[in-house]
Design a protein around this ligand. Structure first.
Ligand SMILES: Nc1ncnc2c1ncn2[C@@H]1O[C@H](COP(=O)(O)OP(=O)(O)OP(=O)(O)O)[C@@H](O)[C@H]1O
Length: 304
């Protein structure tokens, strides 16, 4: 379990993380979201003991990171800047890491396998693609078999196969009961993997919510209607539902708000208007994310 309690970080006179508190629970993938520069990396660095908070504190499995005798067995991390000697092979790198942290050597083969690196284990890291480097970072994070994982933008720059691999891996790590915190600035990507979201903007907490609740709060979109008689349907809907908002988005397509699909279907049937499509639109998570972060910008402006 991870806990941030009133975490604050100031650089000079700029406060980049403001009194941030949240808890990341085991058994779920939690997405840590915010636009570029929101303070995600700074927060993760404070959680991992790489940056000292100006005030507040963070704990990993009940204690500050630095208070753990064998931190790699508690929390595995993938941060953007990785220190891997380019002349070393993947296996050398993991062996060195295992040795310095008193971890069993056999674990190296296990994580190479887990990360799909067995075939390239004896190749020098300098020849690695971005995706292979990312896999090596994840193999390093898993080396101590930690119950908690913190990954900063793990899908950045990966090809579709790599993205799919990460999604599947994160879900299976959470299903094993681990605590998984994964940062991203992409809502749609994160929602495919995460069950829970902690959203920040300009260093402040904007939402700590399940993906389902966020969607529910965002409300539903309109109904997309495709018909060869759009003008006739437009008139019929106006008459039947005077309060509905109807927008013609293409010659044969209407976007209708304020009347649901059954009512639109009924109005069309009453006038024998054929429908080729009648689709309730889900609220877009991307839109919900933009609405949330937009508020943060306004809030900042109002208090500056
Ligand atoms: N060492 C530092 N000194 C001064 N300012 C810093 C330092 N590190 C980060 N910042 C500033 O703090 C703010 C938050 O940065 P941070 O990297 O934590 O954001 P982020 O949410 O991870 O963004 P991104 O998605 O772009 O990585 C930024 O405005 C950044 O310029």
């Amino acid at each position: 379990m991870l806990r941030a309690h009133e975490l604050t970080k100031r650089y000079g006179d700029r406060t980049v993380v403001h009194g941030l508190s949240f808890t990341v629970h085991p058994g779920t993938v939690t997405g840590f979201l915010g636009p570029n520069g929101a303070g995600k990396s700074t927060t993760l660095r404070m959680i991992l003991g790489l940056d000292a908070p100006t005030s507040g504190h963070a704990t990993v499995n009940g204690r500050p990171y630095a208070a753990h005798r064998a931190p790699l067995t508690q929390v595995g991390a993938l941060l953007e800047a990785r220190a891997v000697h380019p002349g070393h092979t993947a296996r050398d790198h993991l062996h060195a890491l295992a040795l310095t942290h008193g971890l069993p050597r056999r674990r190296v083969d296990e994580v190479l396998e887990l990360a799909g690196l067995t075939d390239v284990a004896d190749r020098r890291v300098k020849g690695f693609s971005l995706g292979m480097g990312q896999r090596l970072g994840i193999a390093s994070a898993l080396l101590g078999d930690p119950s908690t994982l913190v990954l900063d933008e793990p899908v950045n720059g990966l090809d579709p196969e790599g993205v799919l691999w990460i999604r599947t891996l994160l879900k299976s790590l959470a299903a094993e009961g681990r605590t998984v915190l994964v940062s991203s600035h992409l809502m749609s990507e994160t929602a495919l993997t995460a069950d829970h979201l902690v959203v920040i903007g300009r260093g402040r907490l904007l939402a700590d919510t399940s993906v389902t609740d966020l969607l529910r709060r965002a409300g539903t979109g309109g109904v997309r209607v495709v018909t060869p008689r759009a003008a006739d349907l437009h008139r019929a809907l106006r008459a039947a539902h005077p309060r509905a908002e109807i927008t013609t988005t293409a010659p044969d397509t209407l976007d209708v708000r304020g009347a649901d699909a059954p009512h639109i279907g009924r109005a069309a049937a009453d006038h024998a208007i054929p429908l080729y499509e009648l689709t309730p639109q889900d609220a877009s998570l991307e839109q919900a994310f933009m609405d949330l972060t937009q508020d943060a910008v306004e809030y900042q402006g109002a208090t500056a």
